[in-house]
Design a protein around this ligand. Structure first.
Ligand SMILES: C[S@@+](CC[C@H](N)C(=O)[O-])C[C@H]1O[C@@H](n2cnc3c(N)ncnc32)[C@H](O)[C@@H]1O
Length: 248
């Protein structure tokens, strides 16, 4: 089953992905992401936030530092274990739960804010997840998604050429891939089975949030200049990261 395959893949990536997140925590990117969170959502003042697909807990820890009361979920227990350790090392109290993005066993209207980075692209049922997030939000609550068209190149030959070109250029400048060749192959094989590999985003998200009855949807098409270093900006030239903020 695809869901189990995705869980196994991310379980195997927990260690290397954690290293990547540790580096983000230790450089100027941490402040850059904090500024984006504050721009869209303000500081916490004990408001309740949910980080969906928290991985090693990068956003959960940042949000706790911004004075939010944080709950973080992930499908993968190995990732949650990394996140628990990182939260303890950062001295942050965060409630971690194992859950699927589209089925979080918490009451309606539990959260003021839901944040998710680099997760929607890998969901077999992304529309269901957005419906679930709306259920979990209080009235006038916000969803904040950061993501990109990470695998659109698999369905568009011209983009594949661009992807290969910028990967080579970035590697010449010292970019090192975080996943092993076998993991990259498995990630692409999974991506070929996912619906958003074949959609243009954030246009898809805008339409999906409207379909889920969100009232206001704000998009920032390219946040790479803000959150990526020079080599990543080069690498992601064909498909930069975007931000999308939807209000209930
Ligand atoms: C690319 S990582 C992003 C982690 C984190 N949000 C970050 O940006 O550092 C994707 C995460 O989504 C989790 N994940 C995958 N499928 C999921 C699902 N259906 N529900 C919840 N989490 C899921 C993975 O275990 C992994 O931790």
């Amino acid at each position: 089953m695809l869901g189990k395959r995705i869980e196994k893949y991310w379980g195997g990536r927990a260690g290397s992905y954690n290293e990547h997140v540790q580096k983000e925590m230790a450089c100027g990117k941490k402040q850059a992401w904090e500024s984006l969170l504050v721009k869209y959502a303000g500081t916490g003042d004990n408001l309740r936030v949910l980080d969906v697909g928290t991985g090693p807990g990068f956003f959960a820890i940042l949000l706790a530092g911004l004075n939010y009361s944080v709950t973080a979920v992930d499908k993968c227990e190995e990732m949650l274990e990394q996140a628990r350790q990182n939260a303890a090392a950062a001295g942050k109290t965060i409630q971690f739960l194992q859950a699927e993005a589209h089925a979080v066993a918490l009451p309606d209207e539990s959260f003021d804010l839901i944040v998710s980075r680099n997760v929607t692209w890998l969901l077999p049922n992304p529309l269901e997840a957005y419906q679930e997030w709306r259920r979990l939000l209080k009235p006038a609550g916000k969803v904040l998604v950061f993501d990109a068209n990470w695998h659109l190149y698999l369905s568009e030959p011209e983009l594949q050429l661009e992807h290969d070109k910028y990967l080579k250029l970035a590697m010449k400048k010292g970019y090192k891939q975080n996943a092993s060749p076998e993991q990259r192959q498995e990630n692409e094989a999974i991506a070929r089975k996912l619906p958003l590999t074949y959609q243009k985003r954030p246009a898809w998200d805008q339409q999906a949030f409207r379909q889920c009855d969100f009232q206001q949807v704000e998009v920032q098409e390219n946040i790479s200049l803000l959150v990526h270093d020079e080599i990543e900006q080069l690498l992601y030239t064909p498909t930069p990261m975007f931000a999308i903020c939807a209000s209930k």
